[in-house]
Design a protein around this ligand. Structure first.
Ligand SMILES: Cc1cc2nc3c(=O)[nH]c(=O)nc-3n(C[C@H](O)[C@H](O)[C@H](O)COP(=O)(O)O)c2cc1C
Length: 171
């Protein structure tokens, strides 16, 4: 079985989970790790199982990931699983299941079996702090608490959970 772990990541959180997923997948299969930017639509057809990773951007998968889902070329018998990093519970009302919908829809359209989606919290890049603090209407004390809660994520526990997600898929 050939596994592809591909991801889009701006500040490294999704990349950290991608590496953990690839490390775990490599225990049972031939596994390649590729940034989404390195991927061509045809390349995906070479793999039996694709792990597709994205951060949440404005309540949705990142635009390059959605674009890739639209153009990727599938072959029969393929499987896909997703992984998402986000800054929830900063946004506690987000419906995590709903974010995987574009992946589910692409799989359905292309005849790929969708195997589920892992998600975990990630630290918000510094450049976004002022903007998000304002958007969430938080005072400096509330924001400091938020930063404390996000710091270090994804952490070892998140990495271990991502690996357990892979293990369960291949069990
Ligand atoms: C432009 C932008 C928009 C974001 N929008 C959301 C959002 O709607 N919900 C959320 O939970 N996190 C949001 N985040 C936080 C990221 O999803 C989170 O920090 C993620 O772990 C970043 O992953 P990366 O380091 O792989 O780029 C946003 C981040 C950026 C940069």
């Amino acid at each position: 079985m050939k596994v592809l772990v591909t991801y889009f990541s701006q500040s490294g959180n999704t990349e950290k989970i991608a590496k953990a997923i690839c490390e775990e997948a490599a225990k049972a299969s031939d596994a390649d790790l590729k940034k989404l930017e390195e991927l061509t639509p045809d390349m995906v057809a070479e793999y039996d199982c694709i792990f597709m990773g994205s951060p949440l951007h404005s309540g949705s998968l990142a635009a390059p990931v959605k674009e890739c889902l639209g153009v990727l070329k599938a072959t029969s018998g393929q499987q896909m699983a997703g992984f998402i990093t986000h800054m929830a519970p900063a946004y506690p009302d987000q419906d995590m299941d709903a974010f995987a919908e574009p992946m589910k829809a692409a799989c359905k359209e292309k005849g790929i079996e969708f195997k589920g989606c892992f998600d975990c919290q990630g630290f918000l890049g510094e450049a976004m702090h002022a903007l998000v603090q304002k958007k969430l209407n938080m005072d400096d004390d509330q924001w400091a608490e938020m930063i404390k809660q996000m710091t270090g994520r994804p952490n070892q526990e998140d990495v271990d959970k991502a690996k357990a997600f892979v293990k369960a898929l291949f069990a």
